[in-house]
Design a protein around this ligand. Structure first.
Ligand code: AMP
Length: 296
């Protein structure tokens, strides 16, 4: 796989419709599903690999973030990637950025209070990737639902000529959402962690059966977590899909999200819900529908 290290070289190498798949590397099936989806829709698939210091709110978390760039290159190529854009820190940040990119309306809740600065760091790096690589399409996982809302609205608000595509969460056979951080999950904590997806799936079933109350849906997840000994999650929240803000009832596109510490690892997961039924299937063009329906 061709590895590029500068924005200019990557832009020059891209031909036709270009899709970007931003990652922090240590690729797993979740990332690969994004690359495969991009392959189906674009002439050139650029996979970016950059562990972005700006989005780590703890230095220790950045230091121990798992890395394996050679394995990433061969996996990305096998999944259909054309270019692996692996910029140095100085290519990405030639000088420490003083420009702030912030979407307070989308970043105040859920991850916001628990990871100060994280979402702003994501917004800066994604804005740089949109601007510096000029992709026509950008693929993100619904696993990080708040991030997906943010990178979608960022493109709309700042007129980046990119269409954002959101893709389903890839899970292990037992339901655990894939994450690069799962390598830090001790074997003994895995059964406990499975309560997260079990709770979300039970809540999705309840929504499919007609449950619309946010409190009731959140309660289903919280009860499943508590049964497994996870009685103090950071949050269990039904949120508006476009704004990532808590809503009292499932009356619009939404996601039911969880963040909880399991042993040494903080895990996040969510399930996408629609008033018409749960909807975690297929990659879809994201539209911040609230923009068009509610004038926000
Ligand atoms: P990361 O390398 O963790 O920054 O993730 C890069 C991209 O992969 C983001 O768009 C994530 O939402 C997506 N992603 C991470 N885990 C999964 C998963 N289990 N299924 C689908 N997409 C994922």
């Amino acid at each position: 796989m061709r590895v590029t290290t500068t924005f200019a070289e990557t832009r020059a190498a891209a031909r036709g419709v270009t899709a970007l798949v931003p990652t922090m590397g240590f690729l797993h099936e979740g990332h690969l599903s994004l690359i495969e989806a991009a392959r189906e829709r674009a002439d050139t698939v650029v996979v970016s690999l950059f562990v972005n210091p700006l989005q780590f709110n703890e230095a220790a978390d950045l230091d121990r973030y798992p890395r394996d760039p050679e394995r990433d290159a061969s996996l990305a190529e096998a999944a259909g990637g054309d270019l692996l854009f692996a910029p140095s820190l100085t290519e990405m940040y030639p000088v420490p950025p003083v420009t702030r990119v912030s979407l307070p309306a989308l970043g105040a809740e859920l991850e916001g209070p628990y990871r100060p600065g994280h979402l702003d760091g994501v917004a800066v790096v994604v804005a740089k990737l949109y601007a510096g690589l000029a992709p026509h399409l950008a693929f993100f996982g619904r696993k990080d639902a708040q991030q997906l809302a943010l990178v979608t609205r960022l493109a709309v608000d700042l007129s980046f000529p990119v269409e954002v595509v959101g893709c389903p969460t890839v899970r292990e056979q037992d339901g655990l959402a894939l994450s690069s951080r799962n390598v830090f999950l001790p074997v003994g904590d895995r059964a406990t962690a499975l309560s997260i997806s079990r709770g979300l799936m039970a809540a999705a079933d309840a929504a499919d059966a007609g449950e619309r109350s946010g409190a009731a849906l959140e309660g289903i997840v919280a009860a499943e977590l508590a049964d497994a000994g996870l009685s103090a999650p950071d949050y269990v929240a039904l949120a508006d899909a476009a704004m990532a803000t808590r809503i009292p009832a499932l009356d619009r596109p939404a996601f039911l999200a969880v963040a909880v510490r399991v042993g040494p690892v903080r895990l996040i997961d969510n399930v996408r819900l629609e008033p018409e039924g749960s909807a975690d299937r297929g990659c879809r063009l994201e539209r911040p529908s609230i923009l068009y329906t509610r004038g926000a």
